[in-house]
Write a protein of this length. Structure first.
Length: 350
């Protein structure tokens, strides 16, 4: 039977791939946003700034940005080292599709890609020029320089589809990704970040992509549904009849585009403490906007809940880009055997 030997959680926000000097490109979008989500309510930027007075101007100083960015890059490299050291046969990556692949025609709560290979496509110059300010510089780092075919693991993916279905879930199954936003059927940035940034763009292990609709109404799954799906996913991996070493990754989060450090720290404590009651009870009102990507971490926590692996925070950096507290809280975590867990951990950078 297969064995889950490693878990990883990583943020993938655009600031990670953006020089700190350019973080203000996205801050301009924040200041124009009249529906910034914070603790279940929506605020225009100026109202949010008044609510969070005296604000976060000190956090937006260039020296602080540089320190946090450097720490995040070190943590990404550390996660890459841990994945490579685990000598995995397969990587299961749980992330959210920003309507890059699945659109309004069909938005499944959970979906598996079970093809033998997947396309990982670069952007055209026209596509990059059409992106919102501050996104192209980040997104180009999540794709290869040329069209690339990455290996899947169709046998394991089909087994996961069948076993989670038998457990009472109804995942969608895609053997050929739709053309999607970019018209090329390429794997989206939540997975591309793992391939290019965490693993360095090198040869990647066979990967099973798991899509979670974290963002889009009317059918994002509840926190409880995500955790329970994760439990079923973990059990399905362990019953696959081949001696595979399997790793599982959550890609996305934590709180954004309004940072909530209190929420993040409580969430991290629940992950490291196996507090399933807390994870299952997070309200839908909190899991909105980019913060909704915590659902990916909840799925992975469910998959690893019964394992003997130890959860460890590698690093946490709240990366502020505007005075009202907008930006992205970056977190990096692994679940490993106790004997290998703490060598490269840096933990909280606040």
């Amino acid at each position: 039977m297969s064995d889950l030997v490693l878990g990883v959680g990583t943020s993938h926000g655009p600031l990670l791939n953006t020089p700190p000097e350019d973080w203000g490109l996205r801050a301009a979008a924040d200041r124009a946003n009249r529906a910034l989500v914070y603790r279940g309510a929506e605020y225009p930027y100026d109202d949010l700034l008044a609510l969070r007075a005296p604000g976060f101007a000190a956090e937006c100083e260039l020296g602080v940005r540089r320190r946090r960015h450097s720490a995040c890059r070190e943590d990404i490299e550390e996660l890459g080292r841990r994945i490579k050291a685990a000598a995995l046969d397969v990587l299961v990556v749980v992330s959210s599709d920003h309507k890059e692949v699945f659109g309004d025609e069909l938005l499944p709560q959970f979906a598996f890609y079970w093809g033998d290979t997947m396309r990982h496509e670069p952007f055209t110059q026209e596509q990059l020029h059409g992106m919102k300010p501050g996104l192209a510089i980040a997104e180009v780092a999540n794709v290869p320089a040329r069209s690339t075919v990455r290996p899947g693991h169709s046998a394991l993916a089909r087994h996961l589809i069948e076993r989670t279905s038998a457990a009472g879930f109804d995942p969608a199954a895609s053997r050929a990704l739709p053309p999607g936003e970019w018209g090329n059927s390429g794997i989206p940035h939540g997975w591309g970040f793992i391939f290019e940034q965490v693993l360095g763009g090198a040869e990647t292990p066979p990967t099973v992509p798991v899509f979670v609709n974290t963002f889009w109404e009317p059918n994002p799954p509840s926190a409880a549904r995500c955790f329970d799906f994760g439990v079923a996913l973990g059990e399905a991996i362990r019953t696959f009849p081949a001696p595979l070493r399997v790793g599982i990754v959550a890609s996305g989060g934590l709180s954004h585009f309004v940072i909530d450090e209190e929420l993040d720290r409580a969430f991290i404590t629940a992950l490291t403490g196996r507090d399933s009651d807390y994870l299952r009870s997070l309200p839908d009102a909190v899991l909105r906007s980019g913060t909704s990507e915590m659902r990916n971490w909840i799925v992975v926590a469910g998959a690893l809940h019964s394992s003997s692996l130890t959860a460890e925070l590698v690093g946490y950096e709240p990366c502020y880009r505007a005075e009202a507290g907008t930006g992205c809280a970056m977190a990096f975590m692994s679940w490993q055997d106790e004997t290998t867990a703490s060598a490269g951990a840096r933990k909280d950078g606040s």
